[in-house]
Ligand binder design. Structure first.
Ligand code: GLU
Length: 294
């Protein structure tokens, strides 16, 4: 693999809750790796979910990162300010007939799956445990789709994952660093089929996590994506999108997750492991660093 002249790292929090120890570890690891490699560190605010993300959480994130001693470049990219750019990419996927409008509501999806499972047939689940979308809508004609959309029916744009895979000449791989030293990578085969037809955009928001993350990683010239192990499998879908949109693929390192005293993954509602709560309890940034094993 060719080594880029200046590595570019990013920490990409969503301002829909407070930073906890898991975020602190991820941010500090990115900062440490950027420093060790003579690279740059960007912070990106992933706030496409305008109903759950707030300016208050965003301000808290910057305050907590600064307190932890993280230094990042300004201006910070805020995804909610770039919907038109994501929509342009979405249009390319629509024109290539790689996405389709999916009209089934959550309740309809549940009922459909229950019916199949009642007949003793297993229903595929994605790596996060969510059932695959029942791709029944794919058989709608263009006219039927337009009729439903014109009528104001709620829908989401979903990737026709199998159609996209069928257009590949060969399997896709991504480069995954084997450890925190970033000395070596392994080629990992992307398995987008494990996800079924993921949401690429919504009617009200012309993007999704997967679409904006690949768009921004490319646009910001990210060379090293260092993020939690919980996003390892999602890399398969993101690699496919990069390929379909002709975007460069960064190398990845999916780091260990910080778990709570109960051994479970930390969540944004766990007050005691929140960075702000630790600061208020008199814990120092150096102690936080030790707590996350850095
Ligand atoms: N915004 C995502 C999160 O807060 C991280 C996305 C990424 O690192 O790719 O979980």
């Amino acid at each position: 693999m060719s080594i880029p002249a200046t590595p570019v790292f990013r920490f990409a929090p969503s301002p829909n809750g407070e930073l906890h120890l898991g975020h602190a570890y991820s941010a500090m690891l990115n900062a440490r790796l950027a420093e060790a490699t003579g690279g740059r560190l960007l912070v990106r605010i992933e706030d496409i979910d305008v109903t759950r993300c707030t300016p208050e959480f965003e301000a808290d994130i910057f305050r907590d990162l600064a307190w932890l001693g993280i230094e990042w470049e300004e201006p910070v990219r805020r995804q909610s300010e770039h919907f038109a750019e994501y929509e342009a990419l979405l249009l390319r996927l629509i024109n290539a007939e790689l996405v389709y409008p999916a009209f089934m509501s959550r309740g309809e999806i549940r009922a459909h799956i229950a019916e199949v499972e009642a007949k003793g047939r297993p229903w595929p689940r994605d790596p996060d445990g969510a059932p695959h979308y029942p791709a029944a809508d794919k058989k709608f004609s263009r006219a039927e789709r337009q009729r439903r959309i014109a009528k104001g029916a709620p829908f989401a744009w979903r990737l026709d994952t199998q159609a996209a895979i069928d257009r590949l000449d060969e399997p896709l791989f991504w480069q995954e660093f084997t450890d925190e030293t970033l000395a070596e990578t392994l080629a990992i085969q992307a398995r987008p089929e494990d996800w079924g037809d993921v949401v690429i955009a919504r009617r009200e928001i012309p993007t999704s996590y997967h679409l904006s993350v690949v768009a921004d990683d490319a646009l910001q010239g990210i060379t090293h994506v260092v993020r939690g192990r919980d996003l390892y499998a999602a890399t398969g879908i993101q690699r496919l999108l990069q390929h379909l949109l002709g975007l460069p693929a960064p190398a990845y390192f999916h780091h260990r997750l910080i778990v709570g005293s109960d051994g479970r993954k930390l969540s944004k509602s766990l007050g005691a492991s929140g960075v702000a709560a630790l600061r208020q309890a008199g814990v120092s940034p150096a102690e936080v660093r030790r707590m996350v094993g850095l």
